[in-house]
Design a protein around this ligand. Structure first.
Ligand code: DQA
Length: 145
């Protein structure tokens, strides 16, 4: 069977995981989470590629690249761009690939401005509120697609 690649894209401030508001986001660093994703991916027969950027347009470029490369699924934690970015919504619609929205926290239980998700308007699923485990559950959902 052809190799299935899952692209894991993380947006702004997620490079600070581990020290960033640990009472909300936990103590795992992004490197810790990525290592776990790669290991779980290997068990599931998936190649997992993880990236992080603080720049909205870079996330758009990476979504376009995902389509061009024919990746299997994208896991996207767009951070605060989740709640602001029509550009990400349009990109997800444009690429016609399954994108699973991921959040460590549950934005809908937090401030009102986090309740709106543009990413969620185009994503096939959303896994949130489980801390670092949100990414693993999302990966398992990707494996089943
Ligand atoms: C987040 C939730 C967002 O509201 C916030 O802006 C983030 C992280 C999460 O993973 O819980 O940066 O996406």
């Amino acid at each position: 069977m052809a190799e299935r690649t899952v692209l894991v894209l993380n947006g702004p401030n997620l490079n600070l995981l581990g020290t960033r508001e640990p009472e909300i986001y936990g103590h795992d660093t992004l490197d810790d989470i990525n290592a776990r994703l790669i290991a779980r991916g290997a068990e599931l027969g998936l190649v997992v590629e993880c990236r992080q950027t603080n720049h909205e347009g870079v996330l758009v470029d990476w979504l376009h690249e995902a389509r061009a490369r024919g990746v299997h699924t994208v896991l996207l934690n767009a951070g605060a761009y989740t709640h602001t970015s029509i550009a990400l919504l349009d990109a997800i619609r444009a690429i016609e690939l399954p994108v699973i929205e991921v959040h460590l926290s549950d934005p809908e239980t937090r401030e009102l401005f986090r309740h709106l998700s543009y990413v969620g308007m185009a994503a096939v699923a959303c896994v949130k509120g489980l801390g670092a485990q949100s990414y693993i559950v999302a990966l398992e959902q990707a494996a089943a697609l």
